[in-house]
Structure formats: structure tokens, C-alpha cells
Design a protein around this ligand. Structure first.
Ligand code: GDP
Length: 304
């Protein structure tokens, strides 16, 4: 239900365009395919992924000889699901938090404004609801606002937070956070880091240092690196994904603000292009508005 609500704008926009493209046509022909290509690109599916989808539909048209425009919806659903199932990306599931070995450390990266803090707050809420003990670390120390915002979420969810003054060393905050988590026997640590894309070398150095210092406390930390991307920024999200994956090993993605955009297709493009599973999607500002992403449910819900 929240998924449907979160995708409303994207669906309305997509199906309005699609119905214009097929108006007065009973058959899927070259014209319809050209229009469909444009609609997919303007929905931020990305050019590469769009071309793959169009190719699959063309192959179907030539095989089936006749495809009615009324079937286009079902065909799109089938072909996009087919395409996504071919990528190496495994089905994303919730973070599995091993109880035998504590704490499980999740390092969260992403530029300011994408919804990083909000996503961390929503995740902490979900973990806590499951009975897990969560500790937050405010290692995005460049802006005072980032630390304050995380504190607001820590208060809302009622989980402990470790922080230092603005401008302090992110690695030092991460170290303190892990130590505090070990002392409290916490299950999950979520570390907020790197809010700016200065230059690639600095970013890489900062993240490498944070990791190295964390490993002094928990030898295989971080267990997950989650990159948060703003789904309403289209090609910028693709660009940020490129930069962060070049700077550090990203194990999963969160794509936020899908409720506020008509370009939800970005999730399909990102799933296809980066060999990293989309773990979460953000579909609102509320504490409950974070969903574990399932690509097949997403496609089903979109083309329903
Ligand atoms: P950060 O700078 O990356 O930590 O970004 P914040 O978490 O502070 O979020 C920036 C703004 O985006 C805030 O106003 C959030 O409420 C909003 N936001 C975050 N996630 C979502 C989402 O999924 N949907 C909507 N509509 N707004 C979101």
C-alpha cells in the first residue's frame, strides 16, 4: 500500500504518456516503440536500460507478429521483470543481523540532502521494532546540522547516539561509536558518514580511514556499506553512484523520495546498471515510509 502511494506520481505520469503514445493505435508498431523509448528515457530509466527494454519488446513484436497496444502494459511488466532477473544482483532482503557476532556495523554514505539522516532514522526504527539494540554514530561531522538532525532522529526512535563537536575527525567518532556499542552489547551500529563529494581522492581517503579505525574495535567492520541516493535527482543519482562506488565498496543502495517524483524509473535503471542491490526505497518523510525493496514487487505494483 505505501508502495502504491509512493509510486503514484511516477505511475500517473508514465501511464498518461503511454496512453497518448498509443491513442488511436491498435497495434504496437515502430511509432509506438519510438514513443515508448522516449517515455522510458524521460522517466529516468536511463538510456542503456531503456535500449535493453526496447530491444526485448522488439524481439517480442517480431516473434508474435502482432502485438496489440492493449497488451503493452503486461508486456512491459514481463520484459522489465525479465531484464531485472537477468542481472547478477541478488534479490535484496532486509539486513540480516547475526546475533552470534555483535555488533553488526552498517556504514551509511551519500551526499547532503539526499535523505541520509532520515533513512538512518527509519532504519533504526525498524531494527528497534524487531527488538534489536541500535546505536547511531554521527560521523558526518562537516555540518552541525547533520549532527543535530541525527540527534533528532535518535530522540524520536529512542536509541543512543555517539557524537562529537562539528569538525571533529569522522574516524574518531566512528571509533567511539563502536566502542560504545561493544560496551553496551548492541546488536546494530549505524554510522552516518561522508556528506560531501569533495574530490574522489579525499572521499576515498576519508572512508578508508573510517573503516581502518573501526576495524581496531570490530575486526571485520563495516559489514555493510549503504549508499543513499535521492531518486528525484535522476541522472545525478547515477553520477553519485559512480563516484561513491569508485571510492569505496558499496554493498547496497537506498533510493529515497520516490513519492515526490514522477521519475521512479530511476530505480529500474540503477538496479540494472550497478551490480549492487537496491535494499530500501524511501516513499515519504514519515518514520514508517521506508520499504525493503523487492524488484519484482516494484515492477508488479508499477504495471498493475
Ligand atoms: P541528509 O542531508 O542526506 O541527511 O538528508 P535528510 O535526511 O535531512 O533529508 C533531507 C530532506 O528530505 C528532509 O526534509 C527529509 O524529510 C526529506 N526526505 C528524506 N527521505 C524522504 C523520502 O523518502 N520522501 C520524501 N518525500 N522526503 C524525504
Amino acid at each position: 500500500e505505501t508502495l502504491d502511494k509512493g509510486l503514484e506520481k511516477s505511475k500517473t505520469s508514465f501511464f498518461n504518456k503511454l496512453s497518448k503514445a498509443v491513442a488511436g493505435k491498435s497495434k504496437v508498431d515502430d511509432d509506438v516503440l519510438d514513443n515508448l523509448e522516449e517515455i522510458l528515457v524521460t522517466s529516468d530509466v536511463g538510456v542503456n536500460t531503456t535500449l535493453k527494454i526496447i530491444e526485448r519488446i522488439e524481439a517480442r513484436v517480431s516473434k508474435d507478429k502482432y502485438l496489440g497496444t492493449s497488451e503493452l502494459n503486461d508486456i512491459l511488466r514481463e520484459e522489465i521483470a525479465g531484464l531485472l532477473s537477468e542481472t547478477n544482483v541478488g534479490e535484496a532482503t532486509e539486513f540480516s543481523i547475526p546475533t552470534a557476532k555483535k555488533p553488526h556495523v552498517i556504514m551509511v554514505v551519500g551526499v547532503n540532502g539526499v535523505g541520509k539522516t532520515t533513512t538512518i532514522g527509519k532504519m533504526a526504527y525498524q531494527f528497534k521494532k524487531k527488538g534489536l539494540n541500535v546505536v547511531l554514530g554521527a560521523a558526518d561531522t562537516f555540518r552541525a546540522a547533520a549532527i543535530d538532525q541525527l540527534q533528532v532522529w535518535a530522540d524520536r526512535v529512542e536509541v543512543p547516539i555517539v557524537k562529537q563537536a562539528m569538525g571533529s575527525d569522522p574516524a574518531s567518532v566512528a571509533f567511539d561509536t563502536l566502542q560504545s556499542a561493544v560496551n553496551q552489547n548492541a546488536d546494530v551500529v549505524i554510522i552516518d558518514t561522508a556528506g560531501r563529494l569533495h574530490n574522489k581522492v579525499n572521499l576515498m581517503n576519508e572512508l578508508t580511514k573510517v573503516k581502518r579505525v573501526m576495524q581496531k574495535v570490530v575486526d571485520d567492520a563495516p559489514h555493510d556499506v549503504l549508499l543513499v541516493l535521492d531518486g528525484s535527482t535522476g541522472q545525478n543519482a547515477f553520477e553519485q553512484a559512480k563516484q561513491f562506488t569508485a571510492a569505496t565498496e558499496v554493498s547496497s543502495l537506498a533510493v529515497t523520495k520516490l513519492d515526490g517524483t514522477a521519475k521512479g524509473g530511476v530505480v529500474i535503471g540503477i538496479s540494472d546498471q550497478f551490480q549492487i542491490p537496491v535494499k530500501y526505497i524511501g516513499v515519504g518523510e514519515g518514520i514508517e515510509d521506508l520499504q525493503v525493496f523487492n524488484k519484482f514487487e516494484f515492477v508488479d505494483s508499477f504495471f498493475k
